[in-house]
Ligand binder design. Structure first.
Ligand code: SAM
Ligand code: SF4
Length: 345
């Protein structure tokens, strides 16, 4: 795959991206596919219609958009999906983007994955300069895992985590807290993750996309989980806020870090430094709002990056202050029709 397009007007402008609220946009999350080999009950319905392949950005186009963001001051890239590691030849994109790490223009290239394909990709990811990855895992019980993911195989995911750690990748486990499903298992997951030197981050269910069933039946406020954990463990606040939505605590008994992502009970928007690109080139300035800018058109219209750069600058100037998710009985429908697998987690 080719590197940066060699158009004469393409130049590294080095201008920072500032939104209307003075927040510098330094973090881009890129969903490289809407497809997945799992059908997690909180993320997708069993019967999903996926995008036709022609609508997807090619790996070259994805590289070009990411590189234009990097030239505008983005320092961190997270590749996500759908399941990013099921996209064909995805390692080609990692290999190509790693040049920005080598050049010192990018601090971090990372990935969020369900772990199903990690066993075969972990070493290659590490060779591309990936240092830390997030693996989503909601239970250590194989039957429950199958019920939550509908199609997943826990053994494969655990093998993937083993392979990642063997390859030297730091692994963080992401767990969606689900009422009546894994709420009794949070302590077990915590002990297991920390026992293997992995951070654990708990996530509240967000109202994204139509699923089978009601959100209110899945929603478990993390304030409750935290109160319960605090009765058993000594939790102390950490100041490790990376501009992201997670708040971290140290668990004295295990020595590990525990994160809480609480979009529903705690609004994390004021320090938001990120935007999200879908696999069709839509740029979402906020996970919780419908507004998006089309970056595929400027990419396909010209070999010159200037129209793309301008489209990015225009989009950032529309970044809203925050989201307004609501889950309750009166709002049984999703706040947004889009699934998390479209914008990436
Ligand atoms: N397939 C990959 C994975 O599962 O890690 C990457 C994409 S997935 C959409 C990213 C993260 O979003 C996962 O940790 C998943 O658990 C989380 N997620 C998906 N739907 C969600 C929802 N409605 N509310 C909260 N988290 C969600
Ligand atoms: Fe797939 Fe990740 Fe969504 Fe589960 S959470 S269905 S693994 S995209």
């Amino acid at each position: 795959m080719r590197a940066l397009p060699a158009h004469p007007e393409n130049s590294d402008t080095g201008r920072a991206l500032l939104d209307p609220f003075g927040r510098a946009i330094t973090y881009l999350r890129v969903s490289v596919t809407d497809r997945c080999d799992f059908r997690c009950v909180y993320c997708m319905s069993e019967d999903m219609a996926f995008l036709p392949k022609r609508d997807l950005l090619t790996l070259e186009e994805l590289d070009r958009i990411c590189s234009t963001f990097i030239a505008q001051g983005v320092r961190k890239l997270r590749i996500t999906g759908g399941e990013p590691l099921v996209r064909r030849d995805i390692l080609t994109l990692f290999r190509s983007l790693s040049r920005h790490l080598d050049a010192g223009d990018l601090d971090e290239l990372t990935v969020t994955t369900n772990g199903s394909q990690l066993a075969r990709h972990a070493r290659d990811l590490a060779a591309c300069g990936v240092r830390r990855i997030n693996v989503s895992l909601d239970t250590l019980d194989a039957d429950k895992f199958r019920r939550i993911t509908r199609w997943g195989d826990l053994t494969k995911v655990l093998q993937g985590i083993d392979a990642a750690q063997e390859a030297g990748l730091r692994v963080k486990i992401n767990t969606v807290a689900l009422k009546g499903v894994n709420e009794e298992e949070i302590e077990t997951l915590l002990e297991w993750a920390h026992g293997r030197g992995m951070d654990l981050t708990l996530i509240e269910v967000m109202p994204l996309g139509e699923i089978d069933g009601l959100r209110i039946d899945q929603f478990l406020p993390l304030s409750l989980v935290r109160a319960r954990l605090a009765s058993r463990y000594t939790l102390s606040d950490l100041d490790d806020r990376t501009g992201g939505p997670a708040r971290y605590m140290r668990v004295k008994e295990t020595g590990g870090r525990l994160g809480f992502i609480t979009p529903m009970t705690h609004n994390f928007c004021e320090s938001c430094n990120r935007v999200r690109l879908t696999c069709t080139g839509q740029l979402f300035m906020c996970l919780g709002q419908e507004d998006a800018a089309d970056l595929r058109a400027p990419v396909r219209a010209s070999e010159c990056d200037e129209p793309l750069r301008q489209a990015i600058v225009d989009a950032i100037s529309r970044k809203p202050k925050g989201h307004d998710f609501i889950i309750d009985r009166r709002h049984a429908r999703p706040a947004l029709s889009r699934h998390m697998s479209v914008t990436g987690g």
